[in-house]
Design a protein around this ligand. Structure first.
Ligand code: DAH
Length: 338
């Protein structure tokens, strides 16, 4: 009887620590198998006095039932456990978030849109044209013949002798005038290319070309238009100043300055102490340019301007290095999200 109790308690301890199906199966062999503990015990029955045999036999059977049930139960639990474990290992967490896509308008696009919307409100139409341009439109039509020293001002990327990446949006002036007779009131935003790269120059940057051709257009019309844009971009106290300059495609030509938006004209490091910041080139369309494109310069005249979008954005937002615009650093770009 003490042997029965011993087997029972060692079985109970052992079954508790089972965690695998194979362990439960091993235990079944160990306790209930042909050469298992209980079989061995039953074999001892013949050594007992006959009156004790039925009680002993009943106890062994009771233990057998107990072990069978316990192993059955354990097997069920262990199977369940193994299944859980398997599921856990094969789990795909569909709730795991992917990298969230993020997007917003680029500061250059924001400034370009702002300027275009102001121009559209004044009745200008928006046009676009090729970035790969011919020498004719980029230079010759604009009164810059071959070997003209003004070509040096623009470090041109040539594709062939006569095909290049446009160095400015001004070729659109000639393209527009060839297609359309006055009145013309257009702007052309777009990319331009120059072989130049440092903190204030990029090999690709953006310009907006403006062109008005009509009867009796004056420099004063140009100034009024620029004042309107400047006051909306930089505040109503912003003043516009014309300085005499030279461009082959305008006569007279002007360089346009705005009162420094940083110091309001008092003088600071941004405006190098002058109180003024140069923002664009402009002038009255040279009659040669009108004639080259089939417009009667005796009847019509016009003004044109070309502004650098990066330059405006740099001044508006106080950006120290033009290269920041092209690095796609989210920390930089996020600052412009409204
Ligand atoms: N195309 C000139 C440049 O890129 C800028 C410019 C000057 C455009 C005078 C004009 C203009 O339309 O009239 O430097």
């Amino acid at each position: 009887m003490s042997k029965i109790a011993e087997i029972k308690s060692s079985f109970e301890a052992e079954v508790k620590s089972c965690v695998k199906i194979s362990e439960v199966q091993d235990m079944k062999v160990k306790y209930l198998g042909k050469s298992g503990e209980l079989t061995a015990l039953l074999k001892e029955i013949k050594n007992l006095p006959s009156e004790e045999r039925p009680v002993f036999g009943a106890k062994v059977n009771e233990l057998r039932n107990f072990i069978e049930n316990a192993l059955q139960e354990k097997l069920f639990k262990v199977k369940e456990l193994e299944m859980q474990e398997k599921l856990q290992n094969e789990k795909i967490d569909v709730s795991l978030t992917s990298v969230k896509p993020w997007g917003a308008l680029h500061p250059i696009t924001l400034v370009e849109n702002e300027i275009c919307n102001l121009m559209i409100a004044m009745g200008f139409e928006v046009a676009s044209g090729p970035e790969i341009e011919t020498d004719y439109y980029n230079f010759q039509a604009l009164n810059i013949p071959e070997d003209h020293p003004a070509r040096d001002m623009q470090d041109t990327f040539y594709i062939t002798d006569s095909i290049l990446l446009r160095t400015h949006t001004s070729p659109m002036q000639a393209r527009l005038m060839e297609k359309k007779q006055p009145p013309i009131k257009m702007i052309c935003p777009g990319k331009v290319f120059r072989s130049d790269s440092d903190a204030s120059h990029s090999p690709v940057f953006h310009q907006i070309e403006g062109l008005v051709v009509d009867k009796n257009v004056t420099l004063r019309d140009l100034k009024g238009t620029l004042e309107y844009i400047a006051s909306h971009l930089f505040g109503s106290n912003t003043k516009v100043r014309f300085r005499p300059s030279f461009f082959p495609f305008t006569e007279p030509s002007v360089e346009v300055d705005l009162t420094c938006s940083n110091c309001g004209g008092k003088g600071c490091s941004l405006c190098k102490g002058t109180g003024w910041i140069e923002v664009l080139g402009a002038g009255m369309v040279n009659p040669y340019v009108l004639e080259n494109s089939g417009i009667d310069s005796g009847k019509y005249n016009g003004y044109a301007f070309g502004m650098g979008v990066e330059r405006i954005a740099i001044i508006k937002y106080g950006i120290p290095d033009i290269r920041l615009f092209y690095e796609n650093d989210k920390r930089f770009l996020k600052q412009f999200v409204k």
